[in-house]
Design a protein around this ligand. Structure first.
Ligand code: TYM
Length: 336
């Protein structure tokens, strides 16, 4: 069985459509026939200042949504990063084998730090990709299902695994990114050249999974489209329509060409109405299920506790091998 690992930050009250189509839809598919570990990366979320109350709420809301979207804690291991201390421990080792220049070239770090300026950029944002590499390598993951924006982080993880293995012996599995064509980059409905993101300046182009059908239908109907009137997939000249076609196709399971012919001779209004219908009917039951799950926080916490216990076993084994390979002196008793 292949080992799968992926993660999501609890940095918003709701997951958005990009998170689902770029990542979580794949997570659900990969939990069968594989040994899958999915992690709510709360430590990564500390790189953005958050209120403690919001952090707790968002972490549980992420768990509820992931389950409502189809993750089954009996078929995969769902856990919270901060409950598995080996992530920080291996994170440090990763920092010690990463070059300063190499880390400085990470585009997500460059973009975010340029926006905030160096005084307001925390060091954790700089070391973020090394903690992410630790998340993946601790579980000896073969595949990492993510959206396109994570490709560079997975490349760095591969480099670090190979570098460690070459120097200290074969400890890590070198992971592959699992990036699905078509849904790997869902764009903002108001700015179809930028990815849909929880940190967007305005929420008008972001479809939140926990929002009501009315709000989401309205956002889709007001999506920025392109001049012309044909429903044709053409990312360069028709980014708005192409984005909506990708969304429709990923949720309805229809091929893009099928949707194009269905809307031949029809206008943008009809097409947007259909996309709104596909999206809202897909997520309405998910929203209800997530709310039900959230009404029993202790049940959610138990699921996460169990996942954490399973994760600590696998992570502990890898960390022991890493420390041993590095020549750190082991404890001879685990009693104290
Ligand atoms: P995060 O929390 O920003 O996003 C979670 C997942 O959603 C994908 N995604 C998108 N896919 C398509 N279109 C979009 N507009 C879109 N926006 C987000 C992301 O690619 C991601 O797969 N650094 C990671 C979290 C992380 C992680 C890991 C991932 C920490 N450790 C280990 C994999 C393995 C992040 O910030 O994801």
């Amino acid at each position: 069985m292949k080992r799968i690992l992926s993660g999501i930050q609890p940095t918003a009250d709701s997951l958005h459509l990009g998170n689902y189509l770029g990542a979580v839809q794949q997570w659900v598919a990969l939990q069968d026939g594989n040994d899958a570990f999915y992690c709510i990366v709360d430590l990564h979320a500390l790189t953005i200042e958050t209120e403690p109350q919001a952090m707790r709420k968002r972490t549980l809301a992420a768990a509820a949504q992931l389950i409502a979207l189809g993750l089954d804690p009996k078929r995969c291991t769902l856990f919270v990063q901060s409950q598995v201390p080996q992530h920080n421990q291996l994170g440090w080792v990763m920092e010690c084998i990463t070059g300063f220049g190499e880390a400085s070239r990470m585009t997500q770090f460059k973009d975010k730090s340029q926006k905030s300026g160096s005084d307001r950029t925390v060091v954790g944002l700089f070391t973020y990709p090394m903690l992410q590499a630790a998340d993946i390598l601790l579980y000896q993951a073969n595949q990492v299902p993510v959206g396109e924006d994570q490709r560079q982080h997975i490349e760095l993880t591969r480099d670090l695994a190979q570098r460690f293995n070459a120097k200290y012996g074969d400890v890590f599995t070198v992971p592959d990114a699992h990036i699905i064509k078509g849904a790997a980059k869902i764009n903002d409905l108001q700015d179809p050249n930028a990815k849909m993101s929880k940190s967007a300046a305005s929420n008008a182009g972001v479809i939140d999974i926990l929002d009501s059908a009315e709000i989401n239908a309205k956002k889709i109907k007001s999506a920025v489209t392109d001049t012309g009137k044909e429903i044709k997939f053409d990312e360069k000249n028709k980014p708005g329509i192409s984005n909506l076609l990708s969304i429709h196709s990923a949720l309805s399971g229809k091929k893009i060409s099928e949707i194009e012919s269905e809307f031949e001779g029809k206008g943008y209004g009809d097409f947007k109405g259909a996309v709104a219908e596909v999206v809202t009917s897909y997520f309405e039951p998910v929203r209800k299920r997530a709310q039900e799950l959230l009404s029993d926080e202790s049940a959610l916490q138990e699921i996460l506790d169990e996942g954490g216990a399973k994760a600590r076993i696998v992570a502990g084994e890898t960390l022991n091998r890493v420390y041993d390979a590095l020549g750190l002196v082991p404890r001879i008793t685990n009693q104290r």
